[in-house]
Design a protein around this ligand. Sequence first.
Ligand code: FES
Ligand code: FES
Length: 146
Amino acid sequence: MKISVSLNGEPREVDVNALRDGFGLPGSKNACEQGECGSCSVLVDGELVCSCLVLAAQVDGHEVTTVEGLAGNGELHPVQQAFVEAGAVQCGFCTPGLVVATADLLARTPDPGDDEIREALSGNLCRCTGYAKIFDAVRLAAGRLA
Ligand code: FES
Ligand code: FES
């Protein structure tokens, strides 16, 4: 089936059902495939979703933003930059999903408290960092985007 989407701001058509292989966007990770880890997080029409739970047909005619689409003009998105500077990236497998989820949080809640950060990122698992540096990155990005 051929689908048409607005992908990271560009109109695209493809015959397959995978972001990573079909569109050559490897940022979204394929891990649990059950909606449990958040490593595949993307925005569909501005709403945070686990892409592993979304069929290609469901995004036909919709707008999809991946972690690659957050950066613009050759510069990192402030959330991406904050993750780098705060040391919130170790193996990096969880990072794209956390960056997308954090960007979504800060778009809705520009100055989140710790409970709001915890709630917003509760669907994104990280086996490396212990989350403290990730919280630092969220606070750093929030301060810069305010
Ligand atoms: S791969 Fe989609 S939530 Fe884990
Ligand atoms: S940095 Fe390795 S899983 Fe999060």
